[in-house]
Design a protein around this ligand. Structure first.
Ligand code: ACO
Length: 428
């Protein structure tokens, strides 16, 4: 007998199927609720609402588990390359040697962006935030590839759009940085790996040679993998919902970049470093800042602490914390911000307010510190997150399309004025 759930409304009982996922998570399937009872459910922030079934990423916030397509994040972060993980997320299985070779070749072949795009960059002010530039540039790609606007194009054409995005995002990201610095753009180099090519486009200058430090490219590979997907988070849900209207993939991913930008989501990595600098410049009185974070009348929150789903620990934070120590040791970086971060972590982890609410350092608490050690400028941190999250967004979009999901269109409970007559301006 399959399980059901009963809901009683106005003395009438309605029965709904309970569906169970492959890791035994349960959901009440209320698809027929409105048609049968006239009621809808309300759940601001979708804290209890599953928007889809998905076979991409499993996470258990209580146990601190994160797996892509069944593979534990710890194993992927230690052993895989970012492009291998991208292939896994998008196509469902780890690639064999020839699959990976042809995927890599396709990505490498499409790294250049159209020369006309240079003019867009030049039109931005030097202080333009690179996330604003990136979101616009990704959407602009759709104008160079108008065939991407056809929702019914063949699979090979869709694959090409996905590969173009993965290939061109590092180029666009590095161009937005170079443009902000008013430095000449560095073109992609096809003999370099994905991470090395990005670092080269970021840091090479026409005046001198640049060879990325293997410690730096390895750390970047790990960071990109850790960020590659996180099931139905704010930006992935945005990508799915925009894509559900059959808007093209470039437009959908651009919307994901915008959603990621906010400090409560991917923008937290920039906000963490800015917060740590502020605390340090203010004299480093941690008790004062912890008290501010606990004060409900004070808008200050400890950035990099807390997570919508992880209430014990963030498994990515555990891996990244170790990577952070390794990178700083190997590069011999002595960053006073790190001392503040370590002290803050200790104080918050022992404070009853944080313990009671399950507020632990999340992935963004440490990623900013590593990016800083890698010489990535603070405003680029969320762009780095976007580079990592891209294959996840693509996989989520692809799954939504293949599942033939309906257009995303939530309902509401109206609480405004009841019908009333228009009043002319002289009588108001
Ligand atoms: N500092 C102080 N208090 C906090 C913090 C924080 N960072 N995070 C949550 N709280 C408190 C809330 O005030 C609330 O307290 P209350 O129960 O007394 O009202 C309680 O903890 C629960 O918080 P909610 O905001 O309801 O939790 P939610 O799941 O909606 O929010 C979020 C999660 C947005 C991540 C939140 O913890 C936060 O703002 N953290 C700081 C920003 C951040 O680091 N974001 C990155 C997330 S990771 C990522 O996107 C990759």
């Amino acid at each position: 007998m399959s399980e059901t759930a009963k809901i009683e409304i106005d003395g009438k009982s309605y029965e709904f199927p309970v569906i169970t996922g492959s890791e035994n998570e349960k959901a009440i399937d209320i698809k027929t609720l409105r048609a049968t009872s006239g009621c809808i459910t309300i759940d601001p922030g979708f804290k209890n609402t599953g928007s889809t079934t998905s076979a991409i990423t499993f996470l258990d916030g209580e146990k601190g588990i994160l797996r892509y397509r069944g593979y534990p994040i710890e194993q992927l972060a230690e052993k895989a390359s970012f492009l291998e993980v991208a292939y896994l997320l998008i196509y469902g299985e780890l690639p064999n040697k020839s699959e990976l070779d042809s995927f890599q070749e396709s990505i490498t072949k499409h790294t250049l962006v159209h020369e006309d795009m240079k003019q867009f960059f030049e039109a931005y002010p030097a202080k333009a935030h690179p996330m604003g530039v990136l979101a616009s540039m990704i959407c602009s790609l759709s104008t160079f590839y108008p065939e991407s606007q056809d929702p019914n194009r063949p699979k090979a054409a869709i694959d090409l759009t996905m590969h173009r995005l993965i290939a061109k995002l590092p180029t666009l990201a590095a161009m937005s940085y170079k443009n902000a610095m008013r430095h000449p753009f560095v073109y992609p180099k096809n003999d370099l790996g994905y991470c090395e090519n990005f670092l080269n486009m970021m840091f090479a200058m026409p005046t001198e040679d640049y060879t990325p430090d293997p410690v730096v490219s390895e750390a970047l590979n790990t960071l990109l993998i850790l960020h590659a997907d996180h099931e139905q988070n704010c930006s992935a849900s945005t990508v799915r919902i925009v894509g559900s209207s059959q808007a093209n993939l470039y437009a959908s991913i651009s919307a994901g970049v915008s959603a990621l930008w906010g400090p409560l989501h991917g923008g937290a990595n920039q906000a963490v470093i800015e917060m740590l600098d502020k605390i340090q410049n203010d004299g480093g009185d941690l008790d004062k800042w912890i008290a501010k974070a606990k004060d409900k009348d004070d808008p200050f929150r400890l950035m990099g602490f807390g997570h919508r789903v992880y209430k014990n620990f963030d498994p990515r934070a555990k891996i990244i914390k170790k990577a952070c120590d390794d990178v700083l040791n190997k590069l011999g970086v002595n960053d006073p911000t790190l001392d503040i971060a370590k002290k803050l972590e200790k104080v918050a982890l022992e404070d009853e307010y944080f313990v009671k609410r399950g507020l632990y350092p999340n992935v963004d608490f440490y990623s900013g510190i590593i990016y800083r050690a890698l010489n990535i400028p603070t405003e680029m941190f969320t762009v780095m997150f976007a580079l990592g999250r891209l294959p996840g967004w693509i996989a989520q979009w692809k799954e939504m399309v293949e599942n033939k999901e309906p257009i995303g269109r939530p309902r509401q409970i109206y609480t405004g004025a009841n019908e009333r007559d228009y009043v002319s301006i002289d009588k108001r």
